[in-house]
Write a protein that binds this ligand. Structure first.
Ligand SMILES: [Ca+2]
Ligand SMILES: [Ca+2]
Length: 395
């Protein structure tokens, strides 16, 4: 009989790390019946689970079958593990579903379930191993995809911080922070509180990394393409252990944009997310296509269209200007057309006026110097350009 990973309905889950000789355990508290139930691993194998620290972290996943309760045990078998509450026949117990790969890495000390596409089902489970060692204690975060059908976990990728900062402890804190990029996909913050530690420049240390949710062909993931790295020194001077804790998804400032709270030693910083505007660019040409032998100018209408979802973006737009450069045949060594006035095309600065659309007309003129040869042109508007060279060698 297959184990059921969703055996319980809504309950409060409390970790009890020190119970039973630090093997740890979990207290389930049923809010409606006001009764608690303690579950641990000592009944399975007392020796193997001693000093496991089960319950060091807890999380609830929303699977297709219902709620799933997971708990980290960062010292389980010295490598760390993540346990899931599963039901087999009448027995309900925690079973290890994910295991760490390195001794002392503290795998499972932080857990972060992510519903990237906000459809109510957990898509990813992030598991941190903040003491993961390469040169020092760089830290590593494992990204697992939660299978929609059977709720199983599969490793998608690992994340790490700046490769040259060896004691960063990347993954010490993790949290979903709402949709700060306003693309309807949840974004994630990961703390690395000892990054830049020991630099002795007095500007503070610690960083927070922001990873944006990402979706291709309905497969959701985190974008690993250049995550934003926020260093303590750019937030305020002297912040220490910046990124010890992170939380987000709420709007403190009332501007309609979600904010991120980051803990540091004795202080906390609230980072405001920025208004996001979407810029759509279109170019129309008259005539639309050029037949061979065409030697006139071409009219170009270049349009920028802006859309936004928050009022903050709309008000900020009034103080915004647009700087753009127009070029044609960018990859060709020899351009076939060029701007009639190069000064207009290079570094054009425009203020956003009224409305979300800004259009500019340009005129392109031919550069000249083409060979007038044509092929397959009979009764056709367009010809095939092909120049062939035939040679004969004398004896
Ligand atoms: Ca989802
Ligand atoms: Ca997003």
């Amino acid at each position: 009989m297959a184990a059921n990973p969703c055996p319980l309905q809504e309950q409060v889950l409390l970790g009890a790390v020190g119970a039973f000789d630090w093997s740890g355990g979990m207290l389930f508290y049923n809010v409606s019946s006001r009764k608690g139930r303690f579950l641990n691993q000592t009944s399975v194998d007392v020796k193997a689970v001693q000093y496991s620290y089960l319950g060091y972290s807890v999380a609830v996943l929303h699977k297709a079958c219902g709620l799933s309760y997971v708990a980290g045990a960062p010292r389980h078998k010295q490598q760390g593990a993540v346990f899931e509450l599963q039901q087999e026949s009448t027995e309900t117990n925690f079973v290890p579903v994910l295991e760490g790969e390195q001794m002392g890495s503290y795998f499972g000390s932080e857990l972060c379930p992510v519903d990237v596409d906000m459809d109510g089902t957990t898509d990813l489970l992030l598991v941190a191993a903040p003491f993961y060692h390469v040169q020092g204690e760089e830290g590593r975060v494992y990204v697992y995809h939660v299978n929609k059908q059977d709720g199983s976990f599969s490793l998608v990728r690992t994340l790490s911080g700046h490769p040259r900062l060896t004691y960063a402890r990347f993954g010490f804190a993790m949290a979903t922070v709402g949709d700060i990029s306003q693309d309807e996909l949840i974004d994630v913050a990961i703390g690395a509180p000892l990054e830049d530690f020991g630099a002795d420049d007095g500007v503070g240390f610690g960083s927070v990394y922001i990873y944006n949710g990402h979706s291709t062909n309905q497969l959701v993931d985190l974008s690993t393409n250049q995550p934003q790295r926020i260093r303590a020194s750019v937030v305020a001077p002297g912040l220490q252990y910046f990124g010890t804790s992170v939380a987000g998804g709420l709007d403190f400032s009332g501007d309609g944009l979600v904010d991120i709270a980051v803990g540091a030693l004795g202080q906390a910083a609230v980072l405001r997310s920025r208004p996001v505007v979407r810029l759509k660019l279109s170019m129309t040409f008259t005539p639309k296509a050029l037949p061979i032998g065409f030697y006139n100018s071409v009219n170009v209408n270049l349009c920028f269209e802006i859309s936004y979802v928050s009022p903050a973006a709309e008000s900020g737009l009034k103080e915004t200007s647009l700087n753009f450069t127009l070029d044609v045949d960018v990859v060709k060594q020899r351009k076939r057309l060029q701007c009639s006035d190069e000064r207009l095309c290079q570094s054009s600065l425009r203020e956003w006026g009224a409305g979300p659309r800004l259009c500019e007309p340009f005129l392109l003129v031919p550069t000249g110097g083409q060979l007038p040869y044509e092929k397959a042109c009979k009764n056709k508007l367009f010809c095939v350009a092909e120049l062939q060279l035939a040679t004969t060698l004398s004896q």
